[in-house]
Structures are given as structure tokens and as C-alpha cells.
Ligand binder design. Structure first.
Ligand code: ADP
Ligand code: MG
Ligand code: MG
Length: 875
């Protein structure tokens, strides 16, 4: 079996066998770049090393010796030669780059004799001794497992003795002392003298690299980055070139484009008279690559040309290591450079314009989820921050404002134009108006999927939750973090992208939809077949969605409109009415308010479809909390409150209790409310149609789609649809205006999916409410699952992903697929979308594309993500 390759025998696409570093060194060799010669021991050898109980596979050592001979012949130097010794580096290289996880040994082949040879051959004893002390240190650290700081201490003490700051200020004699001390240290530690024989050193180093594949930090790194443990690492043995031979030498690293902004300009650093790690280790401050242009113009020109060639060859931005030895340039590594999202977009778009990559390639190069970073206001990255605590980064973006603890107060202050951070232990649906009014939300309890997190993400508001260091005292209107006290009105900032809570105001920058970003999204639009809509409950969010490219509204939740402070009493009046007549009085008050809401949204989305869902949540969500109410009653009794008031509260409490449910998620909600109280749905339908008539009369083209939630049975839909159609007819007759509208349903209970062919008979569209469909299919209540046992399911690998985040293709997906097929059997042109939170999650979007949905709908801030993900699904 072939375990060892010469560089020229490999290619870039052999990464699995040769590792990333080796494959690219091979590729650079073959395109004729100046790469020091070398050999690669395969990942296969590493895998067999482990199956052989950490022994080299039979035959591997002979192959290494054989190939080393080839290197010796070509270099005209011999390994271990006392006159002109060959030196090599031993470098690890896994198929997937794992920066800093495994180590490299430079200058291998030096010993007490060869170091003299190197000194003579180069006429540079200081250089030779410098190489030797570096080698002893690296070999000791990487191969012999002696802690680095022990070497560091010896070097430092020698520098102190000499009164110098930098390594390169030490004289040959000083380095000699360091070398002797290093050898003593090694002998003390391994209870054997330092191995002098170069071949022994080589195999010990190869052994150490194989071994390092399973060191603790490599294992942890692989786990975090989901890299399989089975890949193994290759080992590169490469002839040394020296950047530390004098002032016509140096070493550096460079990116072919700026990895932070994407600017098409060489970006990097180098150090004169230095070796390998010096640049990254920060031993001296390196110089920007631009100065190389003046210091070594020829080398710079050559390097620039090579960078361009490599970019063209790999058709991607490269991260490059190089060394200059006595005025000659050598390439030591190239790989695809890591970059920020902003840079990734700019680079992909510019490379498409340069003709390096196709539109489709540009699209697939951007990770949709990463776009999130660019779509929110964020803290100026150059600002100094006074971080007081850290919670979970629940909804990205940064916000700054005065601390407020109460949602009603937040709404009041918000109306006065104050910027606020709503601080709560946790939030409930009662806090919606407070969240709306605040710039951001901070909670001390709850996870990434707590109410605050979900609602804030939906609104595109920054949120930090589960910040346990916070002690909130609602009574005193303050919170503490350790010794620090923050009172109502104090200014804090939160960063929902990092989870940081910061004292005071921080400078912020606006999200930038750069020209390149817009262009990329236009390309995405030209490729995708899946539509993208947004979930929005008010005109502002609708406008935002439109700006981000939404092609309609896929879900307007009418209940959010009921939560506003001035409406809640009327909504409560409606709910608590005991007769139809009483209820009608309340509904008559709500009608113009709802009509105004719909007017605003339909106008903002003129000429685009707007799906409006009729009332969905259980009614008790609009009522005061029973516990709080009984406390209040007791208080009134104790403090001698008026009999009248007490009786009123007691009546209320009785009604609240009567409405309370054992299992509200499966209780009196959705279209079941419409069945019991048709007049409520009739009022909402009337509000929608009157708004539509009004706008049509004003010359706007509006397309309302009336949506009936939580349907389980076609008869429910038939009953409610008939009523909606009747109201539409009445509005048309009364106003004399004709307008377009459709009636459809959400599919969010398995029974509706199973009977989709029947349901489709009464529906012009379906929309998968996958939040509820996931709850009802798995029988998991979302809040309980995420609060109590989801983590166990994920940790024990019983479920691969949280089904509330990533659509469960196998189960929920199967129902969806069936519903699509059945529905279209009845109505081939049935419009079908999805409006659960999955509608903004890239892998779920891919699935929606696969089963032939017409559109996905997600929060306005995720619209660009969905556009890109939909395009990737189509490629
Ligand atoms: P890492 O993967 O941590 O970057 P490398 O194997 O790339 O480790 O090597 C560490 C440093 O040593 C780099 O700066 C590299 O350029 C340098 N280096 C590696 N091999 C040689 C060599 N044969 N000659 C000169 N410098 C080398
Ligand atoms: Mg490297
Ligand atoms: Mg639902």
C-alpha cells in the first residue's frame, strides 16, 4: 500500500487522503510555484496507526526512508550530514483545517554536530544556533510533551541577563547557553538525553502528529465543529527554507483580499529576519504587507502575481504563508481564507463580475444563516464596552435605552419617544405592547426559545435572555448585578448577537444592505422558484418586509392587535359578555379599530397578497391572571375597599376561572372560537373587507386572503367560509365596490393534513402552521418540551435537531407532503405556503422547495435569508 507521496504526486482534490495542507502544497508544486520539496504521509496511514494500537502500519517507515532519499538527492544535501545537513519541517494537516489544534516542528535534523555543519555551510553561526534552540523548543513541546513555558522561562532569563527585549537581539553565545539549558531541561523531563539521531527525530515527530489527532483539544474542536473523528491527519515532511538568515530574509502571511471587508487588495503581515511562527506568535510587531513593496519590490511583485494566480486557480480568496530566504520567495501554504459575512458577499459578487465564478456559485458560497449579522443594528466594533453581564444571544442586533420594568409603562414612555430596554424576569403574552414599545428586551430567565426570545426575533428586536446574573426587584424598580445597581431610567445597552449586557450608551451602526448584497439577492431571485413572504402584524413591519424583498404577507396575526393597551378593555368586555347583544356592542367598538389595522397593512402591501388569520389564541390570554386577581381582592378586603369594587372583581375572577382550561393548547381556540362565537369572526371579516373596499375605492389594488386557523374538518371550514363570503357580499353591496379576496385555511393539526383532499374543496389556499403542526404531530407542547426535556433528547441524540427549529422532515414533513399531494389532487392550482418559524430556517426552506410549496413566510428580518436559501434549494 502506498502510504507516502511526493508533493508532485498529489493534487488539490486529494484532501481526504493527503490532508488540506498537503493537497494544496502538491497543487502549488504542480502549477509550478516555488514550493520547497516534500513528502506527505497519508491520512490512511494515520487511521491504520490507530487500528494497529498506535503503531505505524507495516511498510510505512520504509516508504518514508525511500522518499527521504529522493528529497536528499534533489536537495543535494543529506539528512544528518555534519557538513551540510538537510533540515525539514514536520507539519500536520487534516482533511478539514483545524487551526491551532495540532502542531508543527521546524528545523528537524539538527543535533550537536549538524548544527556546526549548518553554521559552517551558511557561514552564519548565530543563525544555526537560533534554528537549534527553536527546534529543541518545538520538539520538546510537541513531541516530548514538555510544557512550553519551561522553555520560555529559560529564554526569558537569558534575555534578562543580557538586558534585551527581543529574541533577535541575543548573540550566538547567548543562544548557545539557551541550547545547553534546553537540553538539560529535556533530559530532566524525559530522563534520557535529547535524541540526536535525525531519523529517530523524524519518526518521533510523525508519531507525535498522528497522536495529536486524538489530543483533548483536537477532540473537543471536532465535536464543536461537527468534524468526524474518523478522518485522521496526514503528515507533511518538507525541506526547510529560512526566513531567519538575515535582513534579506523574512516570513509572512497574507490574504489575497481583505477578509474583514472583502476589499480586493492584498492584506497581510510579515517580519524580516524571522521564522515560521514568529508572525502569528506576536514576538515582534509585524509590518503590513504594503511595506514589502518598498523594502523588496521584486519579491513583492512576484508575490502579488502568485497571489493572483492562486486566486484564479482556486477561484476563491486564499490565505497564504510564505518565506523569503536570501532574496528568494517560497510558498509554504495556501487555503481558502476565512472571512466575515460582509466580505464573503463582496468577494462572491466581485468574483462573478471578474468571470471567476458563475452566479449560481456566488449564491451557494454564502451561508444564509450568516446574513443575520448584517440585517440588524449592531454595536460599533471599535467601541470600548463596559460589559456587566452575559446572557443568551436570543435575537441579534444591538439596542440601547432606559431601563423599564413594566410593559404598560414602557408603552407610555415609548409613546413619549423614549428609547427603552424592557427588563423582566421573563415575558408573557401580556407584555407584547411593552416589547413593541422597547428597543430591546432583557430577561433573567428563559432560553433561546422563551416567549421573549421568540417574540423579539419575530419583531426583529434585539433580545438577551436567561441572564442569570441579574437580580430584578420589581418592588424597588431596580436590578442588581453583583454589587452594581441599576435603577429604572438608567441607561444600558444589550447585544443580542453576543448576549452581552453593557452599562451606558454604546455607539451603534446601522445595518448596511450593501450594493453587493442587493445584487446577490437579485441573483437569488432570478434563480429561485419558491416565493418569499413575511409575517407581519402592522404597517411598519409590512413596509420593512417589502423593503427586504417580501412578495406578500404570509401571516398577519390579528390577536396582536387585540393586545394594545387601549383595546384590551374592549376585548375583555367582548369576552366577558354573557349575551350576544352585549358582545355585539363590544364588537362594534372593535370593528373600526381592526379596519384601521387592515387598512394600514393592505395599503403598505398594495398589489401584493396579504394573508390575514382570524382570531386564534385561547381567550383567557386576554384576561387578567386569576392569581393576581385574587390577591387584589384580598387586598381590597383587608384595606376596606368598596363593596361594589370587590364584587366587580369577584365577578371577573369567576369568569376568568370559568374560561381557564386544562390544556389551552388543545382547548377553545382557533376556528373553534369562530364556531362558538361566529359574530367575532364576522366582525373581523367585515373589518378586512371594509378596508379592502375603502382602498379599492381610493385606487389601490389589494389582495386580502382570509385565513381560518386550526381547522380539523372540512365542515368547520365550510361553515365559516360561508359566513365570510356572506359578509363580503354584504360589504360589496353596501359600498358598491368590488374587490378581490380568497378564503383558505391553516394546516396545523394532523387530521387536516390527512383529509387535505376534502379540506381543499373549501379552501383556495393552504398555509402550514408548522409551529402547531409540530406540537400536534409530536404531542410535544413547545414550552414544556423546550423548558424540560428537549435538551435531553438532543444530548442523548434521540432527536438530531430541535423540531421546533429545524422542520422534522420525517414526521411533520411527511404529513406536509401528503397534504400537498392530496390538496392538489382536488385543486391542482391550490396555493400552498408555510408560516411557522421554520419558514425562515434554511434547511426547512429547502424541504419546502422539494415538496412544491408556492411560498415560505418568515419574519421581515429573515426575508433576505429566505430568498438566498430558496435560491440555493433551486440550484
Ligand atoms: P499551522 O498549520 O499551525 O499553520 P504550519 O505547518 O503551517 O502550521 O507551520 C507553522 C509555521 O511554520 C508557518 O508559519 C509555516 O509557514 C512555517 N513553516 C512550515 N514549514 C516550513 C518550512 N519547510 N520552511 C519554513 N517555514 C516553514
Ligand atoms: Mg500554516
Ligand atoms: Mg397555530
Amino acid at each position: 500500500k502506498k502510504y507516502v507521496y511526493l508533493f508532485e504526486e498529489g493534487r488539490a482534490d486529494m484532501k481526504d487522503l493527503l490532508g488540506g495542507k498537503g493537497a494544496n502544497l502538491a497543487e502549488m508544486t504542480n502549477i509550478g510555484l516555488p514550493v520547497p520539496q516534500g513528502i506527505i504521509i497519508t491520512t490512511e496511514a494515520c487511521k491504520e496507526f490507530y487500528t494497529e494500537g498506535r503503531n505505524f502500519p507495516p511498510g510505512m517507515e520504509d516508504q518514508v526512508r525511500e522518499k527521504m532519499k529522493v528529497l536528499e538527492e534533489r536537495a543535494g544535501k543529506k539528512f544528518g550530514d555534519t557538513d551540510n545537513p538537510l533540515l525539514v519541517s514536520v507539519r500536520s494537516g487534516a482533511p478539514i483545517s483545524m487551526p491551532g489544534m495540532m502542531d508543527t516542528v521546524l528545523n528537524l535534523g539538527l543535533n550537536d554536530k549538524t548544527v556546526q555543519g549548518l553554521a559552517r555551510a551558511t557561514g552564519n553561526p548565530r543563525f544555526a544556533m537560533d534554528c537549534y534552540r527553536r527546534f529543541l523548543n518545538m520538539f520538546g513541546d510537541v513531541v516530548l510533551d514538555i510544557e512550553h513555558h519551561k522553555f520560555e522561562r529559560i529564554l526569558e532569563s537569558q534575555k534578562e541577563k543580557r538586558g534585551v527585549t527581543y529574541d533577535n537581539q541575543l548573540e550566538t553565545e547567548d543562544l548557545q547557553v539557551v541550547v545547553e539549558e534546553y537540553k538539560k531541561l529535556i533530559e530532566r523531563e524525559i530522563k534520557k538525553p535529547f535524541p540526536q539521531e535525525p531519523m529517530d527525530q523524524l519518526f518521533m515527530a510523525i508519531y507525535a502528529v498522528f497522536n495529536s489527532w486524538n489530543n483533548d483539544r483536537a477532540i473537543v474542536y471536532r465535536k464543536i465543529n461537527k468534524i468526524p473523528d474518523s478522518l485522521g491527519t496526514a503528515v507533511n515532511v518538507q525541506l526547510m527554507v529560512f526566513g531567519n538568515m538575515g535582513n534579506d530574509c523574512g516570513t509572512g502571511v497574507a490574504f489575497t483580499r481583505n477578509p474583514s471587508t472583502g476589499e480586493n487588495k492584498l492584506y497581510g503581515e510579515y517580519l524580516i529576519n524571522a521564522q515560521g511562527e514568529d508572525v502569528v506568535a506576536g514576538i515582534r510587531t509585524p509590518q503590513p504587507i504594503a511595506t514589502l513593496k518598498t523594502e523588496m519590490p521584486d519579491i513583492y511583485k512576484q508575490f502579488e502575481d502568485i497571489c493572483q494566480l492562486l486566486e484564479k486557480h482556486y477561484r476563491n480568496m486564499q490565505d497564504i504563508e510564505f518565506t523569503i530566504e536570501r532574496g528568494k520567495l517560497y510558498m509554504l501554504q495556501t487555503r481558502t481564507g476565512k472571512r466575515t459575512t460582509q466580505a464573503a458577499i463582496k468577494i462572491a459578487v466581485e468574483m462573478m463580475h471578474q468571470g471567476l465564478i458563475s452566479k449560481e456559485e456566488a449564491i451557494t458560497r454564502i451561508e444564509p444563516a450568516q446574513l443575520d449579522q448584517l440585517l440588524h443594528r449592531r454595536i460599533d466594533p471599535n467601541a470600548k464596552l463596559d460589559v456587566i453581564a452575559k446572557g443568551l444571544p436570543a435575537s441579534p442586533g444591538a439596542a440601547c435605552g432606559k431601563v423599564v420594568f413594566d410593559s404598560d409603562e414602557a408603552e407610555k414612555l415609548g409613546d413619549e419617544g423614549e428609547k427603552l430596554i424592557l427588563v423582566r424576569t421573563e415575558t408573557t403574552p401580556d407584555d407584547i405592547h411593552g416589547i413593541v414599545a422597547a428597543q430591546g428586551v432583557l430577561t433573567s430567565r428563559g432560553g433561546m426559545t422563551s416567549h421573549a426570545a421568540v417574540v423579539a426575533r419575530g419583531m426583529g428586536k434585539p433580545c438577551v435572555c436567561g441572564c442569570e446574573a441579574l437580580r430584578i426587584d420589581y418592588e424597588a424598580d431596580l436590578f442588581t448585578v453583583g454589587q452594581l445597581v441599576f435603577k429604572k431610567g438608567d441607561i444600558i445597552s444589550i447585544d443580542g448577537s453576543t448576549g452581552q449586557v453593557i452599562q451606558g450608551q454604546v455607539p451603534m451602526i446601522d445595518p448596511e444592505l450593501s450594493d453587493e448584497f442587493r445584487e446577490l439577492l437579485e441573483w437569488a431571485d432570478s434563480v429561485r422558484t419558491l416565493g418569499v413572504r413575511a409575517n407581519a402584524d402592522n404597517p411598519e413591519d409590512s413596509a420593512k418586509a417589502r423593503e427586504f424583498g417580501a412578495e406578500g404577507i404570509g401571516l398577519t396575526r390579528t390577536e396582536h392587535m387585540f393586545m394594545a393597551q387601549d383595546r384590551l378593555p374592549i376585548v375583555q368586555e367582548m369576552i366577558l359578555s354573557t349575551t350576544y347583544e352585549e358582545r355585539q356592542i363590544a364588537l362594534d367598538k372593535l370593528l373600526p379599530m381592526q379596519q384601521g389595522d387592515f387598512y394600514g397593512i393592505l395599503k403598505a402591501m398594495e398589489s401584493l397578497p396579504v394573508t390575514i388569520r382570524l382570531l386564534d389564541p385561547p381567550l383567557h390570554e386576554f384576561l387578567p391572571n386569576a392569581e393576581e386577581l385574587s390577591v387584589e381582592i384580598t387586598r381590597l378586603k383587608l384595606t376596606g375597599g368598596s363593596q361594589e369594587e370587590i364584587k366587580e372583581k369577584e365577578d371577573l375572577l369567576r369568569k376568568v376561572r370559568a374560561l381557564s382550561e386544562f390544556n389551552p393548547m388543545l382547548g377553545h381556540r382557533g376556528c373553534r372560537l369562530g364556531i362558538t362565537f361566529p359574530e367575532v369572526y364576522a366582525m373581523q371579516a367585515r373589518a378586512i373587507f371594509q378596508a379592502a373596499a375603502q382602498l379599492t375605492a381610493e385606487g389601490y389594488h389589494v389582495i386580502p386572503e382570509v385565513e381560518i386557523p386550526l381547522v380539523i374538518e372540512v365542515n368547520e371550514l365550510a361553515y365559516l367560509r360561508e359566513m365570510v363570503v356572506k359578509v363580503a357580499g354584504e360589504v360589496m353591496a353596501a359600498t358598491g365596490v368590488k374587490f378581490e379576496y380568497t378564503v383558505g385555511t391553516m394546516i396545523e393539526v394532523p387530521r387536516a393534513a390527512l383529509l387535505a383532499d376534502q379540506v381543499a374543496g373549501e379552501a383556495e389556499f393552504f398555509s402550514f402552521g408548522t409551529n402547531d403542526l409540530t406540537q400536534t404531530t409530536l404531542g410535544f407542547s413547545r414550552d414544556d418540551a423546550e423548558g424540560k426535556f428537549m435538551a435531553d433528547y438532543l444530548n442523548k441524540k434521540i432527536l438530531k435537531d430541535n423540531p421546533f427549529v429545524v422542520l422534522d422532515r420525517q414526521g411533520v414533513g411527511k404529513l406536509m407532503k401528503m397534504a400537498v399531494e392530496l390538496g392538489r389532487k382536488t385543486k391542482p392550482d391550490l396555493l400552498i405556503g408555510i408560516c411557522g418559524e421554520h419558514g425562515g430556517e434554511p434547511s426547512s426552506i429547502e424541504f419546502c422547495h422539494m415538496i412544491g410549496l408556492n411560498f415560505v413566510s418568515c419574519s421581515p428580518f429573515r426575508v433576505p435569508i429566505a430568498r438566498l436559501a430558496a435560491a440555493q434549494a433551486a440550484i
